[in-house]
Design a protein around this ligand. Structure first.
Ligand SMILES: Nc1nc2c(ncn2[C@@H]2O[C@H](COP(=O)(O)OP(=O)(O)OP(=O)(O)O)[C@@H](O)[C@H]2O)c(=O)[nH]1
Ligand SMILES: [Mg+2]
Ligand SMILES: [Zn+2]
Length: 294
């Protein structure tokens, strides 16, 4: 009888949650991360490093990440960036396509299998700089708040943050400037969660780099002059926890909008219309994060 050739390793291990999957699977059966991430990292022979973009729903994560990746792909600043796998381009393509039609992209769905994942190789053009492989997913803010409020409900977020080396924390500066305590409370909860995940020893401050980005700063341009001062005044709870528990934090301000119009939506809602894009302060937090990850 003819012997059947045996395959040495019939399964592959998910990069995010480390559960085993069949080689044919496209998404991880446990956490829904694309298994293409593994194929990419095997091909590069370099361990990818994870940077997470976090913040509550409607803060501007999808818009920020879409613009950031598009600027990197267009060699803004002194960066070279190569997207790995066509799936890595979908997020920026989606965001830019909506903005061209003077619309903001829709809300990210709660289901992790609907999220955009991106795998980028990034390098500074300066001499001697090395390439870094970055995995940056665009998660839904509502899923993140559920996980923060009730840990372990979204395994993918927990696994992801567990492997996260540096985080870009987005906070709604426009809402904070209008006097709402909501962004400050959400950020405080989020930082407490990150403190639990990242802290090596309770008494020591967290070393992971955290860039706090004050989004929608077009509504409150004073943010650009002194983001730290703005946070200390308008997001005081966040500022305090950063000061107490995180050793490597920097505040930034960002906006993607040059001018904004308003239109009437369904049910008498007011819909913001991005009349033209003028990204400001998008690359700076990323540049700083990359410097901290050497
Ligand atoms: N004025 C202004 N508005 C912005 C800016 N960025 C985002 N927005 C507004 O914020 C809304 C939400 O942006 P998203 O990027 O979809 O927010 P998100 O954090 O991905 O939200 P979830 O997908 O629900 O987690 C947009 O529809 C815009 O109305 C900005 O730079 N300036
Ligand atoms: Mg989103
Ligand atoms: Zn997984």
């Amino acid at each position: 009888m003819q012997s059947v050739p045996t395959v040495s390793c019939p399964t592959i291990r998910c990069l995010i949650c480390e559960s085993d999957n069949t080689r044919e699977a496209v998404l991880c059966g446990e956490c829904s991360a694309p298994l293409a991430l593994i194929h990419e990292s095997v091909a590069q022979e370099r361990q990818p490093r994870i940077v997470s973009i976090v913040g509550e729903s409607n803060v501007g994560k999808t818009v920020y990440l879409g613009f950031l990746l598009d600027m990197l792909a267009r060699r803004a600043g002194d960066f070279e960036a190569v997207p790995k796998g066509a799936y890595s381009v979908n997020l920026q393509q989606n965001v830019i396509a909506y903005m061209e039609q003077r619309q903001f992209p829709p809300k990210t769905p709660m289901e992790p299998d609907q999220w955009y994942w991106t795998y980028y190789q990034v390098c500074r053009k300066t001499r001697g700089a090395t390439w870094v492989d970055l995995v940056m997913p665009d998660m839904a803010g509502e899923a993140l708040s559920t996980e923060v409020d009730t840990p372990k409900t979204f395994g993918v977020i927990r696994s992801l943050l567990d492997k996260t080396e540096a985080a870009i924390v987005l906070v709604d500066a426009a809402l904070a400037a209008s006097g709402s305590p909501q962004p400050d409370f959400f950020a405080l909860k989020l930082m407490t969660y990150l403190d639990d995940m990242f802290a090596v020893k309770r008494r020591q401050r967290v070393e992971n780099a955290i860039a706090v980005v004050l989004c929608k700063a077009d509504y409150c341009p004073e943010c650009f002059d002194d983001p730290g001062g703005f946070a200390k005044t308008n997001l005081n709870r966040l500022w305090n926890i950063c000061d107490n528990r995180f050793a490597n934090v920097r505040f930034f301000a960002s906006s993607v909008i040059g001018s904004l119009g308003f239109a009437a939506g369904v049910d008498d809602t007011v819909v913001p219309v991005p009349l033209h894009a003028a990204p400001r302060g998008i690359l700076e937090p990323f540049e700083w994060i990359l410097d901290q990850m050497r």
